[in-house]
Design a protein around this ligand. Structure first.
Ligand SMILES: [Zn+2]
Length: 87
């Protein structure tokens, strides 16, 4: 498995996150058609259809690639945490 960090939008800190063996989660690829796994749910999709995660990062702070559904969920979690912090 690969050690990564998952940013907690509410607490502003990384939580340990492990990418399972067998998931292909490159940070950078030149061939947009290569099938990779979403670093969050593991879904297979072409690299060109992925989004850079705002939440799942490697130890150097680079975002892993996630699918559209997971990106949408991250955005919702982030805006929810911002609203809670503002009140
Ligand atoms: Zn996903």
């Amino acid at each position: 498995m690969t050690r990564a960090g998952k940013w907690d939008f509410a607490k502003h800190e990384y939580r340990p996150y492990e990418i399972p063996d067998g998931w292909y989660c490159p940070l950078v690829l030149y061939d947009m058609g290569t099938i990779v796994n979403c670093a969050s749910c593991g879904k297979d999709l072409p690299f060109g259809d992925t989004y850079t995660s705002r939440q799942i990062h490697n130890p150097f702070g680079f975002g892993y690639m996630v699918c559209e559904a997971c990106m949408t969920k991250e955005r919702m979690d982030e805006s929810k945490a911002q609203k809670e912090n503002a009140t």
